[in-house]
Write a new protein. Sequence first.
Length: 405
Amino acid sequence: MTPLIAEDQTILLWAVVLAIVAVAILLEQRFKWAATLSSTMLVIIFGFILSNIGLIPHSSPVFSSMTSVVLVCSIPLLLFKADVKEIFRDSGKLVILFHVAAVGTLVGALVLFLIFGKVVTNADYLLVLYAGGQVGGTVNMVAMKSIFGVPDDVMGATSVVGNMSVALLILETRLIGNSKWMRRQLPHPHIDEMEKSVDMEALKREGKTLSAAFWGGKEVSLKDIAKCLALTFVIVGVSKTIASAVVAQQPPELIKQLFGSEYLILSIITVALATIFKKQMREINGAMELGNIGILCWFSTIGISGNLLTILQTGIWALIFHQLISWINMAVTFFGAKLLKCNWEEVAIANQATVGGPTTAAPMAVALGWNKLVIPALLVGLWGYVIGSYVGIAFANVIGMTSVL
């Protein structure tokens, strides 16, 4: 089907994306059902519908720019108030729990191989991709493809359904966190803080949601916006330059993964500024709002990229495997949290950081109002890039796969 708006109609595609974001925010702040879904999930759903009814294409340079420009510029904006001393004080156990979640991914992959390994075609290839990718990210899946010769159609199937499955996981996490059962099982201090920061009775009387109160009107000046944009682009520009220089030197793989990633470098720079110049950074208003709009624009492209026909034809087992591993990961992380006396929010972040990586874990923390977990979510997700390939290789050796290198 030829889309009504072509992939090179830049302004119209931007108009659609920004309209999706605006409508999602309006609904989230007005209706309880929409707030339950969250603006994050709404933009993914809207994007998926519009691309599959033929209004917009599934891919476009406009959507690619959401990752290469909008996403990387949104992350520093969300970190302007991320004092590292407060981060370690408030979420020291998250790093440990992240590794428990990584074990959960490995356990999930092994269980599914034992059940489906000889029943589903290419199950070994799918699972080795997920063993690495659901600890790290796409970069680790590409590494697994290269090392073990994963066929292109299998890799394509996982790419198509992976983002949609992560979107489902965000919704599932939100619903579990809102359940009375989960709130009895684990403490939830970040949810409590979010709810105590607003007058819930007043919200009910006014017909507003918790999101409306959290993102309520703040004084933002022209100077604030100028500072936000200038600082963000300087941080991202410097980070990209450093990352490119590191990669150009062909360092050992570990150094390349740590310091060849612009995400890690821009996080380090922004957190350093937020810690050293805490007072000055916190006086800049509007950064969180601008960052959240950018993140929602990027989330909309997750939905837009999902082709329903392709998912039904080639990706059903990829979707099933992704979801099952995610649930097993969640279960293992939950029991780990009980032993370590962690809270529910840390379980959710550890699960999302492994399954979806830093670019979904940090936005999820923002979307749910867990501001103190935004930086930890980003950092543990980036750590997953470092260890993901090794987990995938370990899984491959256990099931007897051989390298094609």
